[in-house]
Design a protein around this ligand. Structure first.
Ligand SMILES: [Ca+2]
Ligand SMILES: [Ca+2]
Ligand SMILES: [Ca+2]
Length: 867
């Protein structure tokens, strides 16, 4: 009812407004401009501050469900990079009477505050820039109205400039020039993305074309966008500067003028009768016969859902037979944009090849088979966790993925430096090293934590810990990788007689132990010393010269195994805390049982260091002594809890049990206890918080080793814990908790499903095992926006691009798990042609073992269900 009222009110307003009937785009309830198949957003998304320009803010255009343009606003360079400054955005000023949206973009350092106003006109919108004061002299020729387009969306298309036809380039191939660095608008925090080899200049891409009317992809209704202006418009290719650069339309603001200084007529493509084809989400690896099988169809609101779908069985001769007519259960609207329909074909159990036919869409084929989960974790263990190994040469058949990298590791970071990605070194080093002094012994083990090449504490520690749990709970003896730590060489698809799981655990402990022995603890990060090295793409071995930095030599001068080139990574050590060291202990102690049969020396070394750290830091890690230290620990409890549990598992020493038991019992008694986050995950983002509920992570780990009274207490807490784990899936048709506005939620979906397995393992009657499988169903393709598998190279239709360190090639590293769907105000996004959104596509290494755990759990669950 409410909706009908709004529609009729809007229609009435449109009739009364002079000339409004001629306008195609209407200002909607969410404060953006909308027509069939087209949205023009005006700062509905803003820069969130974490990583500067994330290509997710400003004036943006969505056509036919795909975001084609972003970053529209006044910018100070032709093709802004991630670290280039942008104006501080005022709250949006929505004028319903005028049908306009306006914001002020303030560049405080320059006393410059242009106002951007957008209002409908004809089949598009007017984009205006208003000034109270003329453009400051130093910004004349720099300040301009920019609008950025995702290049990959336009690969294979053309553009028209004042009627002349041009091809949009697949690869940057136009002209640039260098200007003296004195003319450069400084980037955030004085970053410099450009290595000028001491020449003192910076790079400026020149326009590919200029004119007064530029139309992108005029030949394609889905992609066509045109801009017309009395001012000159240039089209630029930002990829000359940065691989994640954009096609940019830009007009300079004229100097010496006030009032309306710029007007663009921007015309997107509106599709009067367009209906988005149904997106039918289902598992791209298929289904095991006995499990629930529910596909979810995502439908355009203008679509009329059919009452039934068909499950087709594909025969050996290519013909298709109807295996089932599926009743379409209308679920309704979720998240404003689409309607959802659930298609349940659980009763089809016959193995074979199937596809779903609904609403005029026939999906790709997928299997029903008892063994569908048996190999889905192999690419993560065999490839992703191997290719991301630091300090190793990694070979696969004819291909070297990368050489032995970072052999110069590493230098003590100098005091009081703030670098990219939130790294900060304060005035305390907490080590015995002088600033820029080489710290010995660090060129071993560890992983590049994600799309970059640093070793982050949380990533090396959690990856090692979860790899140890894989061995503890599932003991996969798979051996398909040669890993030789002596010559620092790995060869993919080559067995060497040792289970890969164990070798990967050791690859973690080698780095952790090296840090503990040479630094004293695992550093916040071993990261690149400057931006030019941080944004490196390509073989990590070329990131540094492999020679230890010697400040007495000139840059690029080499003497023996030392050089004067300051490329060695920095060890950031000022964020030391005794509480943080407890995680070092967890990982080392958890690794011990897995290592001791294969690598007894490394096992003993790990345990010795774990015990040493416990004795040394136990008192200081007491949250009663320093409450801030317990802040990020599970349940707001004692940061020493998990360290004590793992040390008890490793040694059987009663003193650890005496310590942890009262804490765990308090956790069990205090229901519902607030659960804080799982702790900082990658790059300072925080995992989704579950909200209130008991925390059974430690209790379930201990469960089989404890007495009946303890077990009874755990059992009593299970219903509330299950409620907490499963309630997030009730607000949407997919049955899992979908979250993530700036970093998507796949990692949380995986850990939540795995926690469901931990419950099911001991209490099979107290949780539906389908909750374990639901996580992978979603990850494998039963999700909104598309039905691609979020695990690279796993499933039939799987991610074509990801934000790995080979993203410049629009490629993937197999077995990586992308963060997944970003959830914005009224749309989802996981671009599968543009790999450069880290929040959607960056494969973090610590998600890989979590995913392997869940796959092995699902294998066990379906074995049980199929019995
Ligand atoms: Ca990183
Ligand atoms: Ca092996
Ligand atoms: Ca070096």
């Amino acid at each position: 009812m409410r909706k009908l009222f709004i529609f009729s009110f809007t229609a009435l307003a449109a009739l009364l407004s002079v000339g409004a009937h001629a306008q195609t785009l209407k200002l909607n309830d969410l404060g953006y401009f909308e027509a069939r198949g087209t949205n023009v957003l005006v700062y509905n998304n803003i820069y969130n501050g974490g990583f500067y320009d994330e290509k997710f803010a400003g004036l943006e255009i969505i056509q036919r469900g795909e975001r084609l343009a972003t970053g529209g606003g006044v910018r100070l360079m032709n093709t802004p990079e991630q670290w280039d400054i942008f104006g501080v955005v005022s709250p949006r000023d929505i004028d319903r009477a005028e049908s306009s949206v306006a914001v002020t973009l303030t560049y405080e350092d320059y006393g410059f505050a242009p106002r951007l106003k957008v209002l409908p006109k004809d089949k598009g919108v007017l984009v205006q820039i208003w000034l109270d004061k003329p453009v400051p002299q130093e910004l004349v020729g720099k300040a301009g109205m920019n609008l950025e387009f995702f290049p990959a969306s336009y690969f294979g298309k053309n553009y028209l400039v004042d009627g002349l036809a041009r091809v949009l380039p697949k690869y940057p191939m136009h002209d640039t020039e260098v200007h003296p660095v004195s003319e450069k608008i400084p980037q955030y925090f004085g970053e410099s993305t450009f290595d000028d080899r001491g020449r003192g200049d910076f790079l400026v891409p020149l326009p590919m074309s200029t004119g007064h009317q530029i139309v992108l992809a005029p030949e394609d209704d889905a992609l066509r966008v045109g801009v017309r202006s009395d001012l000159e418009i240039g089209i630029y290719d930002g990829r000359h500067l940065a691989q994640n650069g954009m096609f940019v339309l830009r007009s300079l603001l004229p100097g010496g003028k006030t009032g309306k200084v710029l007007e663009w007529y921007l015309e997107p493509s509106v599709s009067k009768d367009w209906i988005r084809p149904a997106n039918i989400g289902f598992s791209q690896v298929g289904y095991s016969p006995a499990q629930k099988k529910v596909a979810v169809a995502e439908l355009d609101k203008n679509d009329t859902p059919a009452a039934t779908a068909r499950l087709l069985k594909v025969q050996p001769d290519g013909s298709k037979t109807v295996a089932k007519v599926i009743r379409a259960d209308f679920w309704g609207e979720y998240h404003h944009r689409y309607n959802y329909v659930r298609l349940d074909f659980s009763d089809v159990r016959e193995p074979g090849l199937y596809c779903i036919d609904y609403q005029g869409v026939e999906t790709n084929a997928f299997p029903i088979d008892v063994n569908i989960y048996n190999n889905v974790w192999h690419p993560s263990m065999d490839i992703s966790l191997v290719v991301n190994m630091d300090h190793m040469e990694v070979n696969e058949a004819y291909r070297i993925w990368h050489g032995r990298a970072n052999m110069d590791d590493a230098l003590q970071a100098p005091a009081n430096v703030r670098l990219h990605d939130g790294y900060f070194q304060g005035d305390q080093t907490n080590t015995r090293y002088q600033p820029l002094e080489h710290i010995p012994g660090l060129a071993v083990g560890g992983w590049y934590d994600a799309g970059d090449f640093d070793i982050q504490a949380n990533s090396v520690l959690n990856t090692t810990e979860d790899l140890a749990y894989i061995w503890r709970y599932f003991r996969p003896d798979r051996d398909q990788t040669l890993i030789d730590e002596k010559t620092q060489y790995a060869d993919i698809h080559v067995p060497d007689g040792v289970p890969d799981n164990v070798q990967l655990i050791m690859h973690g402990t080698l780095n952790i132990n090296a840090q503990v022995e040479n630094i004293g603890f695992v550093a916040q990060v071993i990261g690149q010393p400057d931006m030019h090295h941080y944004h490196h793409l390509g073989d990590a071995m070329t990131l540094t010269d492999g020679l230890v930095y010697d400040p007495t030599l000139a840059p690029y001068e080499v003497r023996g195994n030392r050089s004067g080139t300051p490329d060695d990574r920095f060890v950031f050590t000022s964020r030391f805390s005794a509480a943080g060291v407890m995680q070092d202990i967890v990982s080392l102690a958890a690794a011990y049982p897995a290592l001791k049969d294969y690598y007894p020396e490394e096992a003993e070394r790990s345990l010795r260091n774990a015990k040493m750290l416990w004795d040394k830091h136990f008192a200081d890690a007491d949250p009663a002594r320093n409450p801030a230290q317990g802040r990020w620990m599970m349940g707001g409890g004692d940061p020493r809890l998990n360290a004590a549990i793992e040390l008890w598992f490793a040694t059987g020493d009663q003193k650890y049990k005496d310590f942890f038991l009262p804490i765990v019992e308090r956790q069990l008694d205090a229901r519902p206890a607030p659960v804080v986050s799982n702790g900082p995950v990658q790059n300072g983002m925080f995992s989704t918080q579950y909200g209130g509920g008991p925390n059974l992570t430690a209790a379930l780990k201990l469960y089989p080793h404890m007495d009946k009274a303890f077990q009874a207490k755990v059992k009593a807490a299970v219903p509330a814990y299950v409620e907490m784990l499963t309630r997030g899936g009730r607000d949407n048709p997919y049955g899992v908790s979908i979250g993530g506005a700036s970093w998507a939620g796949n990692a949380t979906i995986i850990t939540t499903a795995y926690n469901c397995y931990r419950v099911w393992k001991y209490f099979p009657d107290m949780i539906d095992p389908e909750f374990v499988l639901a996580g992978l169903n979603y990850i494998f393709g039963c999700h909104p926006y598309s039905n691609v598998s979020f695990v690279t190279s796993v499933g039939v239709n799987t991610k074509k691009v990801a934000y790995g360190n080979n993203r410049a090639d629009y490629a993937v590293i197999p077995g990586g798990i992308v963060p997944g769907l970003l959830v914005k105000e009224d749309f989802f996004e996981n671009k599968d042609d543009y790999p450069f959104h880290w929040g959607e596509n960056e494969c973090c290494i610590n998600t890989a073992p979590q995913y392997v755990l869940l796959c092995l759990a699902c294998e066990e669950v379906v074995r049980y269900l199929n019995k």
